[in-house]
Write a protein that binds this ligand. Structure first.
Ligand code: TRP
Length: 329
């Protein structure tokens, strides 16, 4: 029995780095899932975007459109929004009861986010991994497609699961990450990972023309000044993109680059065409799904009902075992 739970924070449009790092492994994992829950983690978005609640709202629907366009099928899998299933928060509270603060302070993303936002850490930011553990546990998820940055959160989840199982005699599975074969994509600046906050990304919703313009701006090997200089594909984001989107051409272009047989302009122009080929169908499906009035809302409505049904069952079991009475039931 394979039960999948995965999610993304709706803090902005998904980019092509998410696609290869997260959506592609999710699709692979879904192929052999008995049951799967794909969630837009809007409460998790509030850990950093609490002053822009409407930006979170707008990003939710866009994210679902990308999920569906990528081929996540709401007829087979439950696609839903985290805030529509309050059971996640109920279980998170009980998990929090047996989680030492010192363990939360050790989670690497906690310190990173404090640095990134420059704001004083909040209760919700510290508790982020507890809610994530709860997201997974309410569905008894055992397989969690994620980007490699999420591995510490999964490790933390397994710890929580063990502690909870041991304390109360449950048998929640210890979930394992399901990772992409493609390493996290570099951004167009060639210096950092692809990220919306650094403006070095190509969004899935960008047109072919926008994509081409973005690829053209990409920073290539800084030591390669003239076309006759030999290039170093290993430090060039263009090479990484070839490997991610057209692996069959990656070696050939790298050889040409090293031998100064192709210039950066031509290399990037060819790459832009390949990326556009890769996403041609996705874009068409995206436009088609976005044009169906009320469709996404309907998917999320039905997904919310289905998710809640499973989550409620788990919470009822937990409450029963912990002697938490529900008067009137
Ligand atoms: N933390 C994940 C991220 O930032 C999003 C997320 C929230 C998630 N809850 C989850 C992923 C549960 C997997 C399972 O990408």
């Amino acid at each position: 029995m394979t039960r999948i739970l995965t999610g993304d924070r709706p803090t902005g449009p998904l980019h092509i780095g998410h696609y290869v790092g997260k959506i592609v492994p999710t699709l692979a994992a879904l192929e052999h899932a008995d049951e799967a829950y794909v969630m837009v983690a809007d409460y998790h978005a509030f850990t950093t975007h609490y002053l822009e609640p409407l930006s979170v709202r707008d990003a939710v629907e866009e994210m679902v459109i990308d999920y569906l366009a990528a081929g996540i099928d709401p007829e087979k899998h439950v696609v839903f929004v985290q805030s529509q299933v309050p059971e996640h928060l109920e279980l998170a509270y009980l998990l929090g009861a047996l989680t030492p603060v010192s363990h939360l302070e050790r989670v690497p993303t906690y310190k990173e986010k404090i640095q990134e936002t420059g704001r004083p850490p909040t209760f919700a930011l510290l508790g982020y991994p507890v809610l994530m553990a709860s997201d997974i546990m309410v569905y008894r998820g055992d397989t969690v497609p994620v980007g490699d940055d999420q591995v510490p959160h999964l490790e933390f989840t397994r710890e929580v699961v063990r502690r909870f199982n041991q304390a109360y005699g449950f048998d929640f599975p210890e979930p394992q990450p399901y990772l992409s074969h493609v390493p996290r994509l570099a951004g167009l600046d060639g210096e950092h990972k692809m990220s919306k906050s650094l403006h070095n990304q190509i969004d899935l919703r960008m047109s072919a023309e926008e994509t081409e313009a973005r690829v053209t701006q990409m920073v290539t090997d800084p030591q390669r000044v003239r076309k006759s200089d030999p290039g170093r594909p290993e430090v060039c984001p263009a090479h990484q993109y070839y490997e991610a989107f057209v692996p069959e051409e990656a070696e050939d272009i790298a050889t040409q680059c090293r031998g100064a047989a192709v210039g950066c302009v031509a290399c990037k122009s060819r790459l832009a065409g390949r990326i556009n080929d890769y996403f041609r169908e996705h874009r068409a499906r995206r436009a088609e799904i976005a044009s169906r009035s009320g469709y996404v809302k309907q998917v999320l409505h039905e997904g919310g009902i289905a998710a809640r049904k499973t989550a409620r069952r788990t919470l009822d079991e937990v409450h029963a075992k912990l002697g938490i009475s529900r008067l009137g039931h």
